[in-house]
Write a protein that binds this ligand. Structure first.
Ligand SMILES: [Zn+2]
Length: 109
C-alpha cells in the first residue's frame, strides 16, 4: 500500500504508514492511505519520470559523443551532422526536463 504524508507529500510504500516521515519528521497520523486508483497514478508517474530521467542521461551521452565527433573533425559533412546532433540532444534533454518540472508542480512524481 502507498501512504502519503499530508505535510510534505512524501510517499511511503509498505503495509502501514511509517512512524515518522523520513522527509519532514511528521508523525504517523499525518499519513493517509492512497486509494487503489491514486496509487496506480503515483506508480505510473514514478515510472514515467524515471523514463524522462533516463532519456536526459542518454541525451547527455549523445551530446558528448557528437562533441567528440566534432573534435575529430574528419570532414565537413560529419562535423555538420554532429553539430546538428548536439542541438537535437539538447532539445530532447530540455524537453524531458521541462516535462518533469511540470509533473512535479502538478503533484505527479
Ligand atoms: Zn512529510
Amino acid at each position: 500500500m502507498l501512504f502519503k504524508c499530508s505535510v510534505c507529500g512524501y510517499i511511503h510504500e509498505g503495509p502501514e504508514a511509517p512512524e515518522k516521515c523520513p522527509k519532514c519528521g511528521a508523525e504517523k497520523d499525518k499519513f493517509t492511505a492512497l486509494t487503489e486508483e491514486e496509487a496506480k497514478k503515483v506508480l505510473m508517474s514514478v515510472r514515467t519520470n524515471d523514463i524522462h530521467m533516463e532519456i536526459v542521461k542518454l541525451a547527455n551521452k549523445l551530446k558528448a559523443l557528437a562533441e567528440e565527433g566534432i573534435k575529430i573533425d574528419l570532414d565537413p559533412p560529419c562535423v555538420a551532422l554532429f553539430k546538428q546532433a548536439v542541438e537535437e540532444a539538447t532539445v530532447i534533454k530540455q524537453r524531458s526536463k521541462a516535462e518533469i518540472a511540470g509533473h512535479v508542480s502538478r503533484g505527479k512524481w
